[in-house]
Write a protein that binds this ligand. Structure first.
Ligand SMILES: [Zn+2]
Length: 333
């Protein structure tokens, strides 16, 4: 994994570039508005004059600085009111000449809070997504809704049913896309994709992760194997605290292939319970793929885990059915 310090540094320099881009955009907007309306141009010029003469005045007579600055602020407020009216008059939003930024919380500085300086959520998300994209998400640029091909699923009825596997997977895909599009950080609604391998579960989970990520949320995709490894290292060697915090705090946690991890005594079940329960209490969602059906989840882990992963008020359980598409594709040649 990349070092966290480097990733934070990268994210901060991306914010610096963003601030430079914001300033360019502000400049462009001023030019555009001034070109549309000579009155706007005059008001902008006037505002600048008031500002600089106010500054000079405050410097020249420090005793009167307070009075000068109040006077200046009053004049600027008046000019701003006229500016807003002018902007609307020429068909631009009244906020058009206000400072531009992507994140209203930190104004693209990455930090919030006075006097305690804290990382803004936007910085935390950027760091987390960079960290986990470096390994967990490699599949995502290939495995997304746009790349989803239903024609690799047989168009013949699923054994014992009327619907074909292709129709079935199309419905699953529709559900997953809608889920990802309406995902909200603290809604706590998750998905359990279960069934044998080769039915498209991991692909659809990656599609969800990719879409939620694109929408600006923090997403961690991790195999159950790796998750247990991380928790084990933390539990026995007090390293990996930050990774464990990421698993608990990211907006969406996607656990792949639950059931394939080693069943370590005193680790696997309690670690899994800890993650799932903490996230549930915090209203945070998990998406899980597993080869186990719900009965097996109860049996293999314990009732508390089984109940949380299949709780209909919080989890949509999708049992995948059909034949292994990798074999189907091979037969088709
Ligand atoms: Zn921010």
């Amino acid at each position: 994994m990349l070092s966290r310090e480097n990733v934070v540094r990268e994210a901060l320099s991306a914010l610096e570039a963003q601030r430079a881009a914001n300033m360019m955009e502000e400049k462009r907007r001023r030019a555009e508005a001034a070109q549309k309306s000579p009155a706007v141009a005059r008001l902008l010029e006037r505002r600048e004059q008031v500002f600089f003469s106010g500054m000079r005045g405050a410097f020249a007579s420090p005793a009167k600085a307070k009075e000068v600055s109040q006077n200046m602020q009053q004049q600027i407020a008046q000019i701003n009111a006229q500016l807003r009216a002018e902007l609307m008059g020429c068909g631009l939003p009244e906020t058009y000449l206000q400072p531009v930024y992507q994140c209203p919380l930190c104004r693209d500085t990455g930090y919030v809070g006075e006097p305690v300086h804290e990382q803004c959520v936007c910085l935390k998300r950027a760091v987390m997504n960079r960290l986990y994209q470096s390994e967990g998400l490699q599949g995502l640029e290939r495995e997304n809704f746009a790349a989803f091909r239903e024609e690799i699923f047989p168009d013949t009825p699923i054994e014992g049913r009327k619907t074909s596997q292709r129709t079935f997977i199309r419905k699953c895909r529709e559900f997953c896309e809608e889920y990802a599009d309406s995902f909200a950080a603290d809604a706590g609604q998750g998905v359990l994709l279960c069934g044998r391998s080769g039915l498209g579960k991991t692909f659809l989970m990656n599609c969800i992760a990719q879409r939620v990520l694109e929408r600006g949320f923090s997403v961690v995709v991790i195999s159950a194997y790796k998750l247990i490894e991380t928790m084990r290292r933390y539990q026995f060697g007090d390293e990996g605290l930050e990774q464990v915090q990421d698993l608990l705090s990211c907006d969406l946690l996607c656990i792949d292939d639950l059931g394939s991890e080693p069943m370590l005594r005193g680790v696997t079940v309690s670690a899994l319970y800890h993650i799932i329960n903490e996230r549930r209490n915090a209203g945070k969602a998990v998406v899980v793929t597993t080869n186990c059906d719900s009965d097996l989840l109860y049996e293999k882990y314990d009732d508390r885990i089984g109940a949380r992963l299949t709780d209909p008020s919080r989890m949509k359980v999708i049992p995948f059915v059909g034949v292994d598409v990798r074999r189907f594709a091979a037969q088709k040649g």
